[in-house]
Design a protein around this ligand. Structure first.
Ligand code: GLN
Length: 265
């Protein structure tokens, strides 16, 4: 690895890393850093927990992982009241963001957990999520979804069903798995350069094209114009991607489109 001065410097805000980190979501940050370092880009990671404000000028990338209802309830007010205006301003200014599962749900307009009161979200994604209750089947398993002429692969495990509203476009189209709600074939959401997804597992190590998309958007945002990303040897990543896709497709038939009577409010 080169020891020379990095050509570019990016700063990532990792929101609530101790509370929102399911199924190796932290691996997304590790993958981003590694893919930056290999190209002479320094990626500084700042962890923002409860009580810390969010300065929209300071960050080139935003990441939040998944968490169960309990963790979501702990962070929701802090996210909306202390960090919300800053995060919304950053996203509106074009800062790329990746929000996974429980984080994705709270980047939407609202999340109704399995029990208790509805949690207001940031409203970045015009989407609402409802958990039909502990008795309802969860959306669990491997996912493959069409994304920009290729595929995204990952693992999902969520009770909440997300419904996109006008103004949100889906990130991807489900080929195998449930995605946003198991009904309409959508997976995730995109607004400006903010991406929401149900894919854990971690997502970016086995979806290097998506990781590079985030890095390219961050460079563009910080340094303007197009900064070309030299290609990396992704042969291992490609194998991991292909294996995950094959497993998702093999498992797909028995678990797609489970009947879910009576759960929707
Ligand atoms: N608690 C949310 C749900 O079950 C999110 C879970 C997660 O982040 N994996 O819908």
């Amino acid at each position: 690895m080169s020891t020379s001065e990095p050509r570019y410097r990016l700063r990532l805000a990792h929101l609530y890393p101790d509370l929102m980190n399911l199924y190796g979501d932290r691996g997304n940050v590790i993958a981003l850093r590694r893919r930056c370092v290999l190209r002479g880009i320094a990626l500084e990671v700042e962890e923002l927990g409860l009580g810390q404000p969010f300065d929209p000028e300071r960050y080139d990338l935003i990441f939040i992982g998944g968490g169960q209802d309990r963790e979501q309830r702990r962070i929701a007010a802090d996210l909306v009241e202390r960090k919300g205006a800053g995060i919304r301003a950053a996203v509106e200014a074009g800062t790329p963001a990746l929000a996974v599962c429980g984080g994705y749900q709270l980047f939407g307009r609202s999340y109704q957990p399995a029990a208790g009161e509805e949690l207001p979200g940031l409203g970045i994604f015009p989407a609402r999520t409802v958990h039909p209750g502990e008795e309802a089947p969860r959306c669990i398993g491997n996912v493959v979804a069409e994304w920009e002429g290729g595929t995204l692969v990952g693992f999902e495990n969520h009770g909440g069903r997300t419904y996109l509203e006008p103004g949100a476009r889906p990130l991807a189209r489900v080929v195998a798995g449930f995605g946003n709600n198991g009904e309409d074939g959508t997976e995730g959401a995109v607004v400006h350069h903010a991406f929401g997804t149900y894919l854990h597992g971690s997502l970016l190590p086995k979806n290097p094209a998506f990781a590079d998309r985030l890095i390219a958007l961050a460079l563009q945002h910080r340094y303007g114009a197009d900064v070309a990303l030299p290609p990396l040897d992704d042969s291992l990543e490609a194998r991991a991607h292909a294996d995950a896709a094959a497993v998702a497709l093999r498992d797909a038939r028995p678990r797609r489109r489970l009947p879910l009577p009576g759960w929707r409010r």
